[in-house]
Design a protein around this ligand. Structure first.
Ligand code: SER
Length: 877
């Protein structure tokens, strides 16, 4: 069965068991500080497990793009080295939200694996949770009893908390689990060693393929477990491993999921796969990583220097390094694999197809720049080796510098070292690495206490689209300590505060006590969202937590922010009109001060295009278009032409924002102005590239745009009018004239200097002091042109032999020195103008340099000029 059929069979099976099929959530997660990437199929359902969101479909199945490269589940170092770990993988999953539980989950897993996929029962083992004293949990008898209906009891293995209690992270939904393992070894080997003893023993051919988690608890920050409101099922099956089993292969990389990449790499490099361990690993690393990188970019996560972008950059660089070191790939290569991936998975994940060009461009630029860094690192390595005298050991410090600054993994440094018969001091390298880890751990540490509930928890109502003030009470709060600062997070029953999302900043404002006198005011510094919960951030708690509050949003800030958000929509539509419909939003930031909009486009915008865009947006502002807000089923919204973002998770019902149905329709949860006229004015303040194929526009609106215009255009022009004594109309021609005149004058002055220089040059030979057979000239000359002084030096060099010439002059009000030495003196006396000038420059408080025969220096102390000449004469004594 090929991989496409395998995936489809899974989905069809669960559809037949009344599961609703849903698309994969984006791989890059937004709005969850505990997780950067989707690392399990259940992530997108976390709110359902916790009871923070209503359950629409009690049964769901899908294939989910997952990434395990950071946090609790991190497989990165194994990837490529073994044959069954991946950075990005597909997880096939079925879920029950408070519906069926262990019995059906186990029955259907068995039916699918053995009845439909026809995996030999004698190759299967299952595990059940043995219980945990720490967590006061008993042996999972229920799961055991369900399994024994299908599989003999000697194939049911008890597993400990590490293997059989699944947790999403340090905190969050969790529960006991049952895993299905399959033994794909040859019969001969199976006879020799019992497969049962190899379960969970890291054997590459006795592997876990499916994990059935019975979600019942929430792990709190204090380590304790709290029962969830209902019992759920979360299963995850490793798609690539399943393909390996069904295709009768011994390695995931031998299935049709990976062979297209391996074949291409092998053909291009002329290196056969399965020829040597090292080149095999490199091929596997590349075939694996290209998927992660491409999917991340398609989901809107570009490689960058921090956060999730940095993780992606590191993965990309790992692939480049393996190719560079072991496959001799010294030119960009990964970008050439993108089309293979798009062919293979573009049908299942359409975001790959529509973002194909962008993915290729971004990868190409990243590769080029990293290959340059690698090249520089190698030069640095060569230089370092030259400085080592009497030792063949490369210090851990230097190996760490290569790692930290040039992205060299230690194995690359060791390889380079071996080639030159050196070795690396690994102990001190590890020390440096540990020190850095501690530094970043300390910098990133955020101490979050558990929630303290004042009322029974219920999701808070957001009323901020309709009103800016609401009567409310505190449901729960907690203390957070970050970078030594103590803050509080407060959840309200009803809130008008908009939480930062979709690029729009969070609201600020006040919680004002209703009953107490005098009124107590707690400042809300920011509003954020975590797993759908709106969190108000304050730096203190009210004295009485149980009282009623009036939650009041800063209305001015909200209106300015809304203006900028609406202007962003108008801009987006204008960009697509002027540049084309390939323009897609790649990021945005909307605050009360300004707006920032990142979008895909492959060249810089011309001045005319920028003007045209501004013109369209300002026209739409003057039309004073009324805001239209609709809540629609997603399909209907898309049909109406609404623009959706890649990598964004949308519900079944979406909020649609329209400003003129023929102009701008977008899916958006942000707050908007009720009529575009309120935006007042739209002005683009900058346009630039931020990554390959991605441009950024910054703009201001209303009062901020007017202030910007005044500060940058009106006031400077007013000043110019006074200086030039001209009216606005005549300023530009007047400045042009001045510049033209200035050019002409410069030319004339230069000409006069040249004439003056000719006279000085003719007179200088008369100043020769013959000392020990050397023609020594040390003079102060009156010439305000560095160019002309250089001409004098070079002129005298060719007309005088045995010359040691030192000239000082004041150029642009600063002391300068020039030294010229005849070539024969350089050899005979071992003189060097470059060294001498540094010494002489000290007298004028300056510095400089040049070559052995000619050097110049500039300084700041005019009073030192005379001593320069005296000091120069010392060289002759
Ligand atoms: N959450 C479980 C896992 O990731 C099952 O989906 O293994």
């Amino acid at each position: 069965m090929n991989s496409t059929e395998t995936r489809q069979t899974f989905l069809d099976f669960f559809e037949s068991k009344k599961h609703t099929l849903v698309p994969s959530a984006p791989m890059v997660i937004k709005g969850d500080p505990t997780l950067m990437f989707t690392n399990a199929g259940m992530n997108q359902f976390k709110d359902l497990f916790l009871g923070n969101a209503p359950i629409k479909f009690p049964r769901i199945a899908d294939t989910q793009k997952c990434l395990r490269v950071s946090g609790k589940h991190n497989d990165l170092e194994e990837v490529g080295v073994d044959t069954y770990h991946h950075t990005m993988f597909e997880m096939l999953g079925n879920w029950s939200f408070g519906d069926y539980f262990k019995k059906e989950a186990i029955e259907w897993a068995w039916e699918l694996l053995t009845g439909i996929y026809k995996i030999d029962k004698n190759r299967l083992y299952v595990t059940v949770f043995e219980g945990s004293k720490d967590d006061h949990l008993a042996f999972d008898q229920e799961a055991y009893d369900c399994w024994k209906k299908y599989i003999s009891e000697d194939r049911i293995i008890n597993g400990n908390k590490k293997d059989n209690f699944w947790e999403m992270g340090d905190t969050g939904p969790c529960g006991p689990c049952s895993e299905v393992h399959v033994d794909i070894r040859d019969d001969a080997e199976r006879k020799k060693i019992d497969g049962k003893s190899l379960v969970n023993a890291s054997h590459p051919q006795v592997i876990e393929i499916w994990n059935l988690v019975f979600m019942e608890f929430n792990r709190l920050a204090d380590g304790s477990l709290k029962k969830l409101p209902a019992q759920h099922v979360d299963t995850g099956m490793g798609f690539e491993r399943l393909c390996m089993v069904l295709q009768g292969k011994k390695s995931n990389y031998d299935t049709d999921v990976f062979t297209p990449f391996i074949d291409f790499i092998s053909k291009t490099t002329n290196i056969a796969y399965k020829k040597s361990e090292q080149t095999d690993i490199a091929m596997r690393v590349i075939s694996d990583h290209i998927r992660t990188i491409s999917f991340a970019i398609a989901d809107g996560q570009l490689p960058s220097n921090n956060g999730a972008g940095y993780v992606i950059r590191r993965i990309l660089r790992r692939a480049v390094r393996y190719g560079y070191t072991f496959l001799n790939l010294q030119e960009p290569f990964l970008c050439r694999l993108v089309s293979i991936l798009v062919n293979q998975l573009g049908g299942t994940f359409p975001e790959l197809t529509s973002q194909n060009e962008l993915i290729e461009k971004v990868i190409l630029e990243e590769e080029k720049s990293f290959l340059r860094t690698l090249g520089n690192g190698i030069i640095r390595f060569e230089e370092y080796i030259k400085t080592l005298k009497g030792t063949k050991i490369i210090s851990g410090h230097f190996a760490f510098e290569l790692y930290d600054t040039f992205g060299f993994p230690i194995d690359l440094t060791q390889l380079l070292a071996r080639e030159k018969n050196f070795s690396v001091d690994m102990e001190s390298y590890q020390e440096q690495l540990e020190l850095q880890k501690n530094r970043s751990r300390a910098a990133a540490s955020v101490d979050t206490e558990d929630w303290i509930n004042l009322e029974t928890y219920s999701p808070s109502d957001f009323v901020g689209y309709e009103k800016l003030t609401a009567a409310s009470k505190i449901i729960q709060y907690r203390k957070v300590k970050a970078k030594g600062k103590e803050l509080f997070q407060i959840v309200l029953k009803e809130t008008p505060f908009y939480a930062e999302s979709g690029g729009q900043v969070g609201d600020t404002g006040f919680l004002i006590s209703v009953d107490s006198e005098p009124k107590e005011e707690i400042k809300v510094l920011d509003t954020k969202k975590e797993h759908g919960v709106i969190i108000h951030i304050t730096d203190k708690l009210p004295s009485n937590l149980y009282q009623s509050f009036s939650a009041v949003v800063d209305a001015k800030k909200r209106q300015l922010t809304a203006n900028n958000h609406s202007a962003t929509h108008l801009l987006h539509a204008a960009l697509r009109k002027v540049l084309g419909t390939h323009v897609e939003q790649k990021g945005s930031l909307v605050s009360e001060e300004h707006l920032r909009f990142d979008f895909s486009h492959f060249s810089h915008l011309t001045a005319e295009q920028i003007l045209e865009i501004e013109k369209i947006v300002n026209e739409k502002i003057r039309e004073n278009i009324l805001l239209e807000v609709k809540i629609l089923p997603i399909e209907e919204a898309k049909k109406s032409g609404a623009m959706a973002l890649f990598g964004e998770k949308y519900g079944d019902e979406v909020r649609v924002i329209t400003f003129d149905k023929n102009y701008s329709i977008e899916l958006c949860g942000g707050t908007h102005t009720d009529a575009t006229g309120k935006i007042g004015l739209f002005l683009i303040t900058s346009e630039a590239a931020i990554a390959a194929g991605i441009r950024r526009i910054e703009a201001r609106t209303g009062e901020k745009a007017i202030t910007y215009l005044y500060e940058n255009f009106v006031h400077p022009v007013d000043k110019l009018k006074i200086i030039l004594k001209k009216n606005s109309k005549d300023i530009v021609p007047s400045v042009e004239n001045i510049l033209k005149e200035n050019m002409q004058l410069k030319k004339q002055v230069e000409h006069l200097y040249q004439e003056k220089a000719t006279i000085i040059k003719a007179n200088l030979p008369q100043k020769i002091k013959m000392i020990n057979g050397i023609n020594f000239i040390a003079e102060k000359i009156d010439l305000d042109s560095a160019e002309a002084i250089k001409d004098i030096c070079f002129g005298l060099k060719s007309s005088l032999k045995n010359l040691f010439l030192v000239l000082i002059a004041e150029v642009n009000g600063k002391p300068t020195i020039s030294i010229l030495i005849s070539e024969n003196l350089i050899a005979e006396k071992n003189w060097n103008a470059n060294t001498m000038i540094r010494e002489l420059a000290k007298e004028i408080n300056g510095g400089g340099g040049g070559q052995a025969f000619y050097a110049t220096a500039g300084g700041t102390d005019l009073s030192g000029m005379a001593s320069v000449l005296k000091k120069a004469e010392n060289y002759l004594k």
